[in-house]
Design a protein around this ligand. Sequence first.
Ligand SMILES: Cc1cc2nc3c(=O)[nH]c(=O)nc-3n(C[C@H](O)[C@H](O)[C@H](O)COP(=O)(O)OP(=O)(O)OC[C@H]3O[C@@H](n4cnc5c(N)ncnc54)[C@H](O)[C@@H]3O)c2cc1C
Length: 534
Amino acid sequence: MRRWNGWGDESVRATLAPEALAFLREAVGTPQPVPDAELATVCARIPDSRLPPHPLVDTAPEARLRSSLGQSLGDWIALRFGALPRVSDGVAHPTHRAEVRTLLDWAQAVGALVIPCGGATSVVGHLTPEAAEPRPVLTLNLSRMRTMTRLDAEAQLATFEAGVLGPDLEAQLRAKGFTLGHFPQSFEQASLGGWVVTRSSGQQSLRYGRAEHWFAGGTMLAPQAECTIPPLPASSAGPDLREWVLGSEGRLGVLTDVTVRVTKLPEVERFVGVFFPGWEAGVAATRELAQSKLGGLSMLRLANAVETRTTLKLAGHAGAIAWLERVLGWRGCGDGKVLLFVGLTGSASQVRATEREARAVWRTHGGVGTGTVLGQKWAAKRFAGVYLRNALWDAGFMVDTMETAVPWGRTTAMVNAIETAGREALTAMGERCHAYTHLSHVYPTGSSVYSTFVLRVGATAEESRARWQALKAAVTQAIVAQGGTVSHQHGVGRDHAPYLGAEKGAAGLAAIDALIQHADPNGLLASGNLRPVR
Ligand SMILES: Cc1cc2nc3c(=O)[nH]c(=O)nc-3n(C[C@H](O)[C@H](O)[C@H](O)COP(=O)(O)OP(=O)(O)OC[C@H]3O[C@@H](n4cnc5c(N)ncnc54)[C@H](O)[C@@H]3O)c2cc1C
């Protein structure tokens, strides 16, 4: 069963090593854990539904609660304290495309607003109705639409219903010898449709690409039309309609079917840990590798010195880490060392050749390879690490992440600006914030920048929310001031919508508005994602 007020499956318990807790106490102060609100108490506070009855619509408070919030820190604060925003008035779980159409038509007829929902892992406020929305709200949760309906093994194209979650999608493909290779950290809970409409990026995007690279076509039901995009290998027939779907965040229609470009399961995959004496050396090596076009590279993930230190502290195993740090120190990687994980994926010969060439590159920059022990540990825990957020909250610490992308020349300035903004955001409140960063997705021209912030939970929902909002505003403003994208992978939602104009400009915003007006003239899908509701 999915946890209602935190991350992941209820049966999974993550624990923090005592030295990890001591490290965080030192970094941000001693926290005061706050007891969670009870599910029954929270559900009892949810007002009656304003939707008329419909056989496909569940108006029970718990069902509405579970589909109305995502995983942003703001959502966590609301759930853990039981200080809810407005929740939707009903949830439908359609089982096929015709039911989606029926529900859209019904919502239109009864004057309801519709918010599509996949895995509810949004971290930018996509799923919650606006408080001022006068209409009743219907959430369309697609999680029961999960079948692979077609596999064209010759063309390596697979078609799925859009609500399929990551593990289910991969299991269906792997049974036939294929993979999509899309592994965001939220893989366990996020849906294929959600990945497409938020332009998601998986951890091995260097090999498998982002959503816009593997999204080949599909069907989107707009309020008054249906758009099917054929999965052609390429086309110069005018504007690409896939761009109508990518990044649409539920404002232009409901994506019901998705055709994806898949690849054969790789013969070999391994992750190698490489330490560098400092940040500049690590960035130079990462950039050179990203520009090398080595076919067997699937991931380059470079943690800065604070993240490297934090990762080693949170890993536990204090004795083994102390020994490793001693050895690294002898090899020139002391206090300012940074850690690069190199993902190698492909045929055995390709991986061997790539590793040889990559090693030559990292050695030129002073890199010290540590083999696959750390890398395989990272891979084994790549989806489990998120559960630590539950343990951190229980201990009184809350976590937020923010991300952007910039050309290589501005990467270091961006990291510094983000971390400084994060560290200073709470000073006026007498609070501290522990900030650290990694480069998670690299391109020949630049890199994404992904920062994590740990701060103390406040005594009340209001106090915690004030801390989160101050942090979010300061960091997002720093990102915009440094010329980064408002989001490299999480999307815009309602949280980033006020900043979208800095990237798109007035003409760009007007074009987005015109597209929304064209696809949804009556505002059936007017959630406020991307653009405010007029
Ligand atoms: C711990 C954690 C780690 C994360 N790591 C990553 C990461 O590594 N990479 C990454 O890219 N993202 C990451 N995310 C963000 C999130 O997982 C992605 O944005 C994901 O793509 C959302 O998918 P979802 O199915 O959960 O969508 P939801 O949260 O359900 O919805 C998100 C938006 O998409 C719309 N939507 C969903 N399905 C449809 C559909 N079928 N048709 C139309 N609109 C739809 C919704 O209306 C909403 O606006 C992470 C989130 C968390 C909590």
